[in-house]
Design a protein around this ligand. Structure first.
Ligand SMILES: Cc1cc2nc3c(=O)[nH]c(=O)nc-3n(C[C@H](O)[C@H](O)[C@H](O)COP(=O)(O)OP(=O)(O)OC[C@H]3O[C@@H](n4cnc5c(N)ncnc54)[C@H](O)[C@@H]3O)c2cc1C
Length: 206
């Protein structure tokens, strides 16, 4: 079963940011934008449709999303409450929260045990998050797409022996998935830690 890793996120978003908030669009740039504090961070991620997803993440207990009192169904009040959680942060960061639309989605962060495997089962396998759910630091969807590609290649290479194809796919996927999950868990530990940005700086200096 997936377990909670002591981190909770709330997803918001800014639609059509280039048109609606060109100043923030320039700040976020074309990829990911991170602002990191002690035990919390703010991330903005540009998507292909011009939307920027804004993730507000906190090192908090498993039940925090239900006990914190943020009114998810009342977006204006939710944005105000979230802005309060970033009191003292530079205004360009909280401007990202205030520019968000009415999407407010609580997301507890969970992961499967690193190195999860299972006995081969004829005609059945798993891929993507079902096989190796990991903290969201940028690897999960990429691993899922690679799983699908490698499974397809294995099936195409052994059209008369599905058991061999699944075994070949699973052997490689178990190793690759475990490495990605381990790396993701480690990065998440650093990204949302008491040391805040200092820990991230040390990570990149190593
Ligand atoms: C907040 C957040 C941010 C992320 N950011 C990134 C990122 O930047 N880069 C990255 O690489 N990864 C990221 N990820 C991880 C990425 O989203 C997942 O790893 C990826 O979506 C896994 O793909 P999947 O197909 O295995 O599962 P999913 O995308 O979860 O797809 C499973 C599908 O199955 C459907 N389903 C479930 N049960 C049933 C059922 N009984 N019958 C029919 N359908 C069913 C679901 O509705 C869903 O559509 C992020 C994850 C989160 C939560």
């Amino acid at each position: 079963m997936p377990r909670h890793i002591g981190v909770n996120s709330i997803e918001c978003g800014i639609p059509d940011i280039d048109r609606t908030h060109p100043d923030l669009a320039a700040m976020v740039g074309r990829g990911n934008y991170w602002a990191i504090g002690a035990n919390q961070c703010l991330a903005a991620q540009r998507n292909g449709d011009g939307r920027v997803r804004v993730y507000l993440s906190f090192r908090t207990p498993e039940d925090w999303l239900t006990t914190c009192g943020i009114p998810y169904a009342e977006p204006a009040r939710a944005r105000a409450a979230l802005t309060d959680l970033y009191a003292g942060w530079a205004p360009q960061f909280t401007a990202l929260i205030q520019a968000c639309d009415d999407t407010v989605v609580p997301r507890p962060v969970t992961m499967l045990p690193v190195g999860l495997t299972w006995p081969g089962t004829p005609g059945v396998t798993l891929l993507g998050d079902a096989a190796h759910l990991m903290p969201p630091v940028g690897l999960g969807a990429n691993m899922a797409m690679l799983d699908a590609t490698e499974l397809a290649l294995a099936l195409a290479a052994a059209p008369d022996d599905m058991t061999a194809a699944l075994s070949s796919y699973e052997t490689a996927m178990f190793e690759r998935g475990a490495a990605a999950a381990q790396e993701s868990a480690g990065i998440m530990e650093i990204m949302i830690s008491p040391a805040g940005a200092q820990g991230v700086l040390e990570f990149f200096q190593q």
